[in-house]
Design a protein around this ligand. Structure first.
Ligand code: SAH
Ligand code: SF4
Length: 383
């Protein structure tokens, strides 16, 4: 069986080349062909020694993921559905803005965390993506966009690990993929422009600080443990105090001097002014000094059977105002790609739930008295 070279960061590729009796600089050449020029054909790599060009196809290949569909939004957002085999598919979203192009990448087929408000979580978990499957999303999107949108210029300036899955529950595949994104011989993205978003896998936050510090976003969604337990089940394992301590430990290694906290606004659940006050107090007084942070309020993006609706816009604005006046830099995320269901939390892909997360979630819901208030009326239209 030949190896897919998208699976390797530069060190991995160098080790592979060494096994073929080749020097490290050959790996650099190969890496540049793959990630800077989108090459998939060894014969086209004209500056490689002919002997190597001829040897490579018997040991390796460069293969992306089959595209099941591509949807283009009227606002320029593009969503791909990639086949990752065995009936599983993952989604990747490109979001163009005036000053940047952001790619939102998936890390798992499904997700085992099972957050109450997340479509991916409701699908259950099938499997971790490999490094090559994570990298392929960037490789394919970048070279598709270069070909179809802008001449030969770089298109993707930012990556956010905010697609399907919990990236820190797929740590071993994630880190080499991040290294490919950052490598100057590949995409050369700055650490500040690569963001890992996590629901709070505390031990892996510490490891990321050591192994590959990039910008960190933490999905908070609640100002106290009781409410967070019910929204983000992982909170029962790593409660807020531990999570915020991990944020403080992450900061010295981080490329930015703040953590971004994401907070999904759910009508009647976590969006009251008392929640804002509690959040303010929590973040400003943790361990006396507080956690240097920015808050990103995400209007909840509805999906079928969630039983939840988005907070009305004035409530979101008021919540944001209270936090800002209390000294926390707060932004409200714009929803993009609405017409193609490409917004946060709507990425459902197509996942075979191998771990029965879905049925366990249903049992848990039936067994516990939920602090969530279900509001049957239709939500306010998203912006
Ligand atoms: N598993 C990681 C990253 C993927 S989710 C995490 O949870 O951080 C990316 C972001 O989308 C998270 O902040 C998540 O809370 C948010 N999100 C999930 N479902 C959502 C929904 N339906 N509406 C709005 N945001 C949602
Ligand atoms: Fe998983 Fe993140 Fe969705 Fe929670 S919000 S279920 S951690 S993908």
């Amino acid at each position: 069986m030949t190896l897919n070279l998208l699976e390797f960061d530069l060190d991995g590729l160098a080790a592979f080349c060494e096994q073929l009796g080749e020097k490290r600089f050959r790996a650099v050449q190969l890496f540049r062909w793959i990630h800077q020029r989108g090459a998939r054909d060894f014969a086209a790599m004209t500056d490689l020694a002919r002997s190597l060009r001829e040897k490579l196809p018997t040991h390796a290949h460069i293969t992306g993921l089959p595209v099941l569909s591509r949807q283009d939004s009227s606002d320029g957002t593009i969503k791909w559905l990639f086949d990752v085999g065995d009936g599983n598919a993952v989604e990747t979203v490109f979001i163009p803005e005036d000053d940047r192009g952001t790619l939102c990448i998936s890390s798992q087929a499904g997700c085992a965390v099972g957050c109450r408000f997340c479509s991916t979580g409701h699908q259950g978990f099938s499997r971790n993506l490999t490094t090559g499957e994570i990298v392929a999303q960037l490789w394919q999107a970048e070279f598709f966009l270069r070909q179809h949108l802008v001449k030969a210029e770089r298109v993707i300036s930012n990556v956010v690990m905010m697609g399907m899955g919990e990236p820190l529950q797929n740590y071993n595949a994630l880190v080499p993929a991040l290294k490919v994104m950052l490598d100057d011989h590949a995409y050369g993205l700055s650490r500040r422009r690569v963001t890992v978003s996590t629901s709070g896998v505390v031990p892996m936050m510490d490891r990321l600080a050591q192994d590959c510090p990039v910008a960190l976003a933490v999905s908070l969604h609640a100002p106290n443990d009781a409410l967070r337990d019910s929204l983000v089940p992982l909170n029962r394992k790593y409660p807020l105090t531990e999570l915020l301590d991990a944020c403080l430990r992450y900061l010295p290694a981080a490329p930015r001097d703040f953590i971004t906290f994401e907070y999904c606004m759910l009508d009647g659940v976590n969006d009251q002014l008392e929640h804002a006050r509690e959040l303010l107090k929590l973040l400003r007084s943790h361990r006396e000094r507080g956690v240097p942070c920015k808050i990103n309020l995400i209007p909840f993006n509805p999906f079928p059977d969630s039983g939840l609706i988005c907070s009305p816009r004035p409530v979101v604005q008021q919540f944001a105002r209270l936090l800002s006046e209390g000294g926390l830099i707060t932004t409200v995320r714009k929803t993009r790609g609405d017409d193609i269901d490409a917004a946060c939390g709507q990425l459902a892909g197509d996942v075979l739930d191998r771990t029965r997360v879905v049925s366990r979630m249903a049992q848990r819901r039936a067994a516990t008295v939920h602090p969530i208030r279900f509001v049957p009326a239709a939500g306010e239209k998203q912006t």
